[in-house]
Design a protein around this ligand. Structure first.
Ligand code: ZN
Length: 453
């Protein structure tokens, strides 16, 4: 079956569109909370096996893999395309979610409730929405005998919320064969709409495609000095030395560096809105604030950041401890790693040592070529007032692991969102939810995109 044939109605309720809400709701009911600790993380195996069952029922052969630790379940399925000589396209999503405190929520975070036009629950946005859409489209293609233009690999993964240590990173290091022949990939965080005002009073929907990610580094700082009695004169105090370094680092503003992705995003938004963005202005953050809450992400991609997040020292009120430690969450613009580390060393000084607990490189690709064209066409087919624009994510995704294999990665999990929804606040937030209409729209766009990629 081809969706490009005569009489194709882009808004028809395909099989995938009909079942996507139920799939997303069921996925949310698997509590796959990732605590970052192997002993307490749970649910991924059950969720992955359920995903594999859904694929089996549609006729797929699947491969279930545990990524280096018990229960860290991943599922892979391949659909052969018309031209096997072309590299495969991977559609990936993670099955784990960050934990949720049920008492803070309006609905139980693992209820998957469908209410008031939304599917509610932890993972509704990050990212069981995309997992459900990919699963729905994968099932439809197989059940209807659709042959896409190139091989498609559907990958459902563990441990993304812990940097992929027991997920994508482990798989890339230990099972690179799973990614044989894959040249490009789409996953989170991109494809969602941002509604911006036009100078003539109308509105325009931009669809943000992620083409770059800042590097992620969790850094431990340690000061070692002389232990002693808290009542004595004591100039060599590890707590003071560390606190000084942490304060200097936390208050520091790193230089503004405009990457190609951020420059292209700002140019496109300026063109659509008539707003001016002057990266050289000391008030660039204030200018970005006019874009609404997305400025939290965009503002963070203009420069490196180093936010202290943990402090630890001492064991008794009257004992000066020998060591004091801190953890700093560092996010580094592509191309800046060496310069960033040099600046950090200068700020913390010679008496504080540092080490990386986790370090994942930044990533950037260009916003051009056939796959980008296919994303653009798929969005336009379902939203003629839309426009795709590249942007850089301040956080990290599984794309960081796949980029190590030379795979060209994009964030493209399409969602058309109501302008008033504070989308960025839903990531890891309370009352995480996704509009039913956004899921249905996204499924149509994904289907169109995969049929023309
Ligand atoms: Zn995610």
């Amino acid at each position: 079956m081809s969706a490009t044939g005569e009489g194709f109605d882009p808004n028809r309720n395909s099989r995938a569109v009909s079942e996507v809400v139920e799939l997303v709701s069921t996925l949310i009911r698997f509590d796959t909370s990732n605590t970052g600790d192997l002993a307490t993380t749970k649910g991924e195996r059950e969720c992955a096996q359920w995903v594999a069952d859904q694929l089996h029922q549609a006729g797929y052969v699947t491969e279930y893999v545990e990524s280096g630790a018990d229960g860290r379940g991943n599922v892979f399925a391949r659909l052969e395309g018309a031209d096997p000589s072309r590299g495969a396209l991977m559609i990936h999503g993670h099955l784990d979610v960050v934990p949720a405190e049920a008492s803070d929520w309006s609905v139980h975070p693992f209820s998957g409730a469908v209410r008031d036009g939304y599917v509610w629950g932890r993972g509704a946005i990050d990212m069981k929405d995309m997992v459900g859409m990919a699963l729905a489209v994968a099932r439809q293609f197989k059940l209807e005998g659709t042959v896409p233009p190139r091989d498609l690999v559907f990958a459902f993964l563990a441990d993304e919320e812990n940097g992929g240590k027991w997920g994508s990173q482990w798989l890339v290091d230990n099972r690179p064969d799973l990614f044989d022949g894959i040249t490009e990939a789409v996953g989170e965080v991109g494809g969602f709409s941002l509604t911006v005002p036009r100078p003539d009073g109308t509105e325009r929907r931009l669809y943000l495609v992620e083409t770059a990610e800042k590097g992620l580094g969790w850094m431990r700082l340690r000061a070692k000095a002389r232990a002693g009695h808290g009542s004595f004169l004591h100039e060599d105090n590890a707590v003071t030395i560390l606190a000084d370094a942490v304060a200097r680092l936390g208050k520091h503003t790193f230089p503004l560096v405009l990457s190609d992705s951020v420059a292209a995003f700002l140019a496109a938004v300026a063109e659509e809105t008539g707003l001016e963005f002057d990266p050289a202005s000391p008030d660039i953050e204030g200018q970005l604030a006019k874009l609404g809450t997305i400025s939290r992400i965009i503002g963070a991609t203009l420069r490196d950041t180093a936010n202290p997040t943990m402090l630890q020292a001492g064991y008794k009120a009257n004992v000066i401890p020998q060591t004091a430690e801190a953890v700093v969450d560092c996010r580094v613009v592509p191309g800046r790693q060496a310069e960033f580390e040099r600046e950090v060393d200068e700020l913390i000084g010679p008496d504080v040592e540092r080490e990386w607990i986790t370090k994942l490189d930044s990533y950037e690709t260009t916003f051009d070529g056939d796959l980008v064209e296919a994303m653009n066409n798929a969005v336009l087919a379902h939203d003629p007032r839309g426009r795709t624009v590249p942007y850089m994510l301040s956080g990290g995704t599984d794309a960081k692991a796949f980029a190590r294999l030379g795979i060209r990665c994009f964030g493209f999990a399409p969602l058309q969102l109501p302008p008033e929804l504070d989308f960025t606040a839903l990531f890891h937030g309370v009352d995480e939810r996704v509009p039913v209409e956004a899921l249905e729209f996204g499924t149509r766009v994904l289907e169109h995109f995969l049929l023309h990629s």
